[in-house]
Design a protein around this ligand. Structure first.
Ligand SMILES: NC(=O)c1ccc[n+]([C@@H]2O[C@H](COP(=O)([O-])OP(=O)(O)OC[C@H]3O[C@@H](n4cnc5c(N)ncnc54)[C@H](O)[C@@H]3O)[C@@H](O)[C@H]2O)c1
Length: 437
């Protein structure tokens, strides 16, 4: 079959610009450097380890995803970014405390060479943080132009052919879409008057999209998912994805919940609590930042269970999510879930999950995959919302007329079918009648 889209080759270097060089970013960068040196393994990354079945089961064709579609090689990635702290990536990785000193030492010179560019930051949007490495500007428009200048300089100095930007900054306070986000024209006027409804994250989004650079949001705050940014992405042909990486407790939720629903087991209650001691946990200790996170975490079950279609099974679900900042644990989050189930004839059961996870270890392969897949989408001429990347996010971006898909297994099928579609391969329906007719 002739492929419906033409994919430009993955030639040259790709600059991965990360906003916020904290735990997630430094774990991603140090990991990619260590993997490319052959001293660590890319566990958890679909682009590096995943395979994809092509054609019929009887054909036995299951190449690696990176052999099936032209993905940029890890050797061709160059990392850079912004932060409000001045520490280089090695020092930031030591502060984050995720990776062992023995691994970091082996990539130390490369990490030390990555120094954060001064950030666009306003404490109004992240109240628990303050740092010295911050840009000054006459208004928000001026700040956006400074970010654009940073992007261009980075591209030129690093000899990059293409760029990708991922917001890995702290979760900002809860904001709702407003008139300033309604169109590019309204947004640009709002930048000029430094309108309060434009948080720092959106200034980076605007800068990336103005440059036609693919953009993803690893955090739950509003950034690319407003009409103005989508209009800009369409104009500059930039693919976008988000938001809020699906790691830890929500990952487990979107694995377990579709299974319970598949067997039509009712769920009366789902109580989730966490302890987390890293800087992200500290920021989320502020109720306004937590509200942004809570909205993102809570919507998942409503969409998976579809209570309107299953009266009596999920319509009275009591879903509670808590995060408690507890410094001794650092990045090693501990999550507890108690699920109150209802089975045959209304008999009650309980399921308890205790997940001792490492947040940034789960997040890093997602940042890498998202960056590589967005670069692929850009080369394939696919712009705007990339719903096939929902697999990676807690609050997947979606078209206004459809609900977001949260079921991890449907999301994976969507992702793989998109890759098959891009290469003109047959989509897999799992019908399989031909073996029995
Ligand atoms: N780790 C996970 O599993 C996970 C999952 C989903 C979402 N997230 C989100 O990803 C983000 C990063 O998480 P993390 O654990 O790396 O947090 P972190 O606190 O270690 O790092 C965030 C960094 O962003 C910087 N920052 C904040 N505002 C900035 C701005 N305006 N410009 C530039 N830098 C800025 C901070 O100084 C900090 O260094 C958070 O919003 C978090 O909620 C993380």
């Amino acid at each position: 079959m002739t492929p419906p889209v033409e994919i430009a080759p993955a030639r040259g270097r790709v600059g991965v610009l990360l906003v916020g060089l904290g735990a997630v970013s430094t774990t991603t960068i140090a990991g990619a450097l260590a993997i490319r040196k052959g001293i660590a393994s890319p566990i958890g990354s679909l682009t590096q380890m995943g395979t994809i079945r092509l054609g019929k089961r009887s054909e036995g064709r299951s190449p690696k995803i990176k052999e099936m579609v032209p993905l940029t090689s890890l050797d061709d990635l160059v990392f850079g970014g912004w932060d409000i702290f001045e520490e280089d990536c090695y020092a930031a990785a030591r502060t984050a405390g995720v990776l062992d000193a023995s691994l970091l030492t082996q990539v130390r010179p490369e990490l030390e060479a990555i120094r954060p560019m001064p950030a666009v930051f306003d404490q109004k949007y992240v109240r628990r943080l303050d740092g010295p490495n911050v840009k000054k500007g006459k208004n928000k428009r001026d700040l956006a132009e400074q970010v654009i200048a940073d992007i261009r300089t980075f591209k030129q100095e690093q000899g990059c052919d293409r760029l990708v930007m991922v917001w890995c900054g702290s979760t900002e306070v809860y904001l709702k879409q407003g008139p300033a986000h309604a169109s590019i024209a309204a947004f640009e006027q709002a930048l000029e008057r430094s309108d309060e409804s434009i948080p720092s994250s959106m200034i980076y989004t605007y800068a990336a999209l103005r440059e036609g650079i693919p953009y993803a949001n690893a955090a739950p705050n509003l950034s690319a998912d407003v009409p103005a940014m989508l209009e800009l992405a369409a104009r500059t042909k930039a693919p976008v994805a988000g938001k809020d990486l699906k790691t830890g407790q929500t990952l487990i939720k979107t694995i377990i919940a579709p299974g319970l629903k598949a067997r039509l087991l009712g769920v009366e209650g789902w109580y989730s609590t966490n302890i987390l001691g890293n800087r992200d946990g500290e920021v989320l200790d502020d109720p306004e930042s937590f509200k942004t996170k809570e909205e993102s975490k809570k919507s998942v079950l409503d969409y998976i269970f579809q209570p309107h279609l299953y009266p009596g099974l999920y319509d009275d679900l009591c879903h509670v999510v808590r995060i408690n900042y507890y410094p001794p644990r650092g990045d090693n989050k501990e999550g507890w879930d108690n699920i109150d189930l209802v089975g045959w004839l209304g008999y009650r059961m309980q399921l308890k999950i205790n997940f001792l996870c490492r947040d940034s270890i789960l997040a890093a392969p997602i940042v890498l995959d998202t960056a590589l897949f967005l670069d692929l989408a850009k080369r394939a001429g696919m712009s705007g919302i990339q719903e096939w990347l929902s697999f990676y996010f807690k609050s997947p971006m979606h078209a206004p007329e459809v609900y977001p898909e949260h079921d991890l297994f449907i999301q994976l099928m969507k992702l793989k079918n998109t890759l098959r579609y891009m290469k003109g391969e047959e989509l897999i329906t799992h019908l399989g009648r031909e073996y029995y007719d």
